[in-house]
Design a protein around this ligand. Structure first.
Ligand code: FMN
Length: 154
């Protein structure tokens, strides 16, 4: 039984979350979806991690979920969402993933971070206007990542 962390990232937040979990769960295999589909088999533990941009999750991660519904159902599965989305506006997840949200045993909010050097001019303008962000920030919810560790360990 393998333990997978399948992710996409732009500024590095989602990758950082995976590295944090791996520090305590050494068997975890970090797999960037950009490199292709991982070789997950039924019964594995799978954390599928995506960030949100302009109201949408990563396209490759959405496609992976859509194309692997039966496999995800047959695994111990967690969807980890990085972004400014909070418990009280979680309905965006239902709109984005629709029925696929129910494939997962757990849905966890990972919080967000901003790394301005990874953003282009327009993106920096957007976060300045929408969230008044003008410098790097880290609001990763490490306490929620710890809960994932409890779910996949053992
Ligand atoms: C231009 C821009 C748009 C964003 N739009 C959203 C959004 O619609 N919803 C959300 O929850 N977070 C949004 N975010 C926050 C990102 O999801 C957050 O920075 C996250 O930590 C990025 O993760 P990543 O580095 O793994 O891609 C946005 C960030 C930027 C820079």
């Amino acid at each position: 039984m393998k333990k997978w962390y399948i992710y996409s990232t732009k500024q590095g937040t989602t990758k950082k979350c995976g590295e944090y979990i791996k520090e305590k769960e050494d068997e975890l295999i970090l797999h960037n979806i950009k490199t292709g589909e991982p070789k997950v088999t039924k019964g594995d533990s799978v954390i599928v991690a995506t960030s949100f941009y302009i109201g949408k999750p990563n396209k490759k991660i959405s496609e992976y979920i859509k194309n692997n519904q039966e496999l995800i159902k047959a695994c111990n599965s967690t969807l980890l969402v990085c972004g400014t989305v909070e418990e009280d506006n979680k309905d965006i997840l239902e709109k984005s993933f629709q029925d696929n949200l129910t494939l997962f045993d757990h849905v966890v909010l990972g919080g967000h971070a901003f790394d301005l050097k990874q953003l282009n001019f327009m993106e920096k303008q957007i976060i300045k206007k929408v969230a008044n962000v003008t410098e790097n920030q880290d609001h990763i919810k490490y306490e929620n990542l710890d809960k994932i560790m409890e779910q996949i360990s053992g």
